[in-house]
Design a protein. Sequence first.
Lengths: 296, 382
Amino acid sequence: MNIELFLQYVVAGITYGTIYGIVAIGFNIIYNTTGIINFAQGEFVMLGGMAAVTFSRFLPLPAAILVAVLVTTAIGALIEILFIRWLHRPSVLRMIVITIGLSILIREVALHIWGESVRALPYFTGTSVTSFRLGGVYISPQVLWVVGISTVVVASLGGFFRYTLLGMQMRACAANRDAARLCGISAKNMVTFSFMLSAAIGALGGCIVSPITYVQYDSGVPLAIKGFTVAILGGLGNSLASAGAGMLLGILEAFSISLLPAAYKDAISVAILLVILFARPSGLFGSTEVTRLKEF
Amino acid sequence: MRGKSGVIIGIMALALFLGAGAQAAEPIRVGAILAVTGPASFLGGPEARTLEMLAEEVNAKGGINGHKVELFIMDSEGKPEKAVSFAKQLIEEKKVLAILGPSQSGETMQIKGIAEEGKTILLSCAAAEVIVNPVAKWVFKTPQKDSDAILWIFGQMKKMKISKIGFLSGNDGFGQAGKGQVEKLAPENGITILASDVYDKAASDLTAEVTKLKAAGAEAILNWSIVPAQSIVIKNARQIGFKGPIFQSHGFGNIKYVEAAGEAAEGVIFPAGRLLVVDVLPDSHPQKAILVKYKNEYEKKYKEDASTFGGHAWDAFMILAKAIEKAGSTDKEKVRDAIENLKGFVGTGGVFNFSAADHNGLGHDAFELQTVKKGKFALYGK
C-alpha cells in the first residue's frame, strides 16, 4: 500500500468516525444526567436531517438547518416531559424499553410524514463531485464541514459543562443527584435540558452528514448502533473520548475494507463492541473505578 | 294491507335476487407482496401505488370479465422471512389466484417453492435471472434479464476499448445474483475484473471501497445494485477523482437515485427499459402509447416521477388481467396456461412473448442503453 492510498483510507475513516462520534456524544449527554441510554438517539439524527430537507424548500440552507435543530430540540423536550419526567426513579430496564419504544414510534411517525423515500440536503460547498486534492488525497469539502462543525460542537460542549452555570448544574446532577437537589438544583429540569441538548446535537449531526449519507425514515437505527458502539468504546459519559473512539472505529473500518470484503465492516464494529464489553467494560478511555460506582 | 306487504316482500325478493346475481361474479382475489417500506421501499413504494391505481381503474370499468379485482397488498419491508409468511397467508387463508411481487430477488427466491407447492401464480417484480431459470411451473417475472443487461454493458465496454474493470455490488439478492452473472460472463466477453467488493445496503459512505478499485487500476467501474446506496458509490468515486466511466445496472432506473447522486450521476451509463426515456421515443415505437399512458396517469395521481420499478408491477398486473380475459375463467390452471401462451403483449418493460421455456418473455431488445444528462435520463449516444 502506497502512502497516498493509506492517507485516502485515513480520510475515509475520519469521515465515518466523525459521524459515529457525533451520535455517541448525544448518548453521553443523556447518560450523564440520567444514567440511561436513550435508544431513540438515532431518531434525533434522522429527524434533524429530514426536517432540514423539508425546510430547505422554503428557507435558505443555514436557516433551514437552524429551524430543523430547534424543532428537533423541542421534540426532545416534549418526549422527556411526556414520557420520562413523571416516572419516579425508573429502573434501567424500564428506561431501555421506553426509549426503544420511542424510537419505533418516531420512526413510524416519520414514515407517515415523509414516506419511504430517501432525501439529502445539498452539499454545503460545491456539489457531489467537488473535491480538492491535498498531498495526493481527494477530500470532499463536506467532510471538512462535518469535521469542522463536530470539532466546534465538542469544544463548545466542553466549555458549556465547565464554565456555564447550567452546565455545572447538569454535571452536579450527573455526579450526585440527591446532593444536587439539596443545593436547589431542579434535577428534573436538568434531565429535560439534557434531552434537548442531545436532540439538538443529534439533529445538527443529521443535517451536516445528510449530503454524504442521505437520510430516510429508518436511517437512525444503524447510526444509533454505531454511535452506541463508539460511546461504549470510549467509555460511557465521556464526550471527548467518544470523539476519539469514533475516529478509531472509523479508521479501523476503512482499513478493514482493504483486507476484507466490505460486507464485514459492520461485523467488525460489533465484534469490537463485544470485545470491549468483555475485556474493558469501562471503555478504552474510561476508568474502572468510576464504572463500578455507576448504576450498572 | 295484505296486498301492500305482498308487494314489499316481492320487491325484497327481487332485490335479493338481483343482489345474488351481482354476487355471482365473485371478485378475483389477487395478492401482492411488496417492500413498501424498509430499505427497498424505492421499489415497493411505486409498485404498490401502481397496483392500487390499476385495481381502481379496472374496477371502475366493471372489472375483468365482470369480476371485480380485490387486491391484498402486504408490506414485506424487504424482509424475506416476512415475504414467506405473507405468501403462506395469501395462498392458504386468502386463497388468491395469483401473487404479484415480491419486489426483490432475495424475497422471490424464498417464496418460489411456496408458490409451486400451493399451485399459485407468482408474477415477480424482481430482476434476477435465477427466478425463472430454471423454469418453475407457476413462477413468472416481468423485469428484464440480468444477463441481457450485462451483455449490453460489456458490449458498450468493448466499444470503448475497456477491458479492466472494478466491480461493486450490493449485498441484497439483486446484487448477489448480478455478481454471479457478471463473474460468469466477464471472461467470455474479454473483461477482467481487477477488484470487486460487496457493500451493505445501509452503507453511509463508500470512499474506502472505491479507493480500492481505483488503486487496482480499474478503467471503469461497474456498480450492480438496486438500493439507494448505489448512488453513494457514484458520488464517492467522483470525489476521490476517478475519471473513468461508471456503469450501472438496470436497478438504477429511478430518477431519485440520480437526484441522490447529484452531479456525480452525469454520464453514468446503464441499460434500462424505455419508460425513462419515453419523451424522446419515436411515436412509431410499439411501447410508446402505453408508456405515455402509464407515466401520465401515475404522475398525475401521485405527484412523483414514474420509475421502471412501478412499471414492473404494471406489467405483472396487466399480464394477469390479460391472461384472465383470454382464459375466460379464474381457474388457476387455465390462467397459468394463458400466461404461458401470451405472445406479443406490450408492457412497460418491453414486448412479452412467454413460452413454456421462457417465463420472462423479454428479449435483449427490451433494453436501451441510457445515460444521465443534466439530471435527467437520456438515450445514450443520441
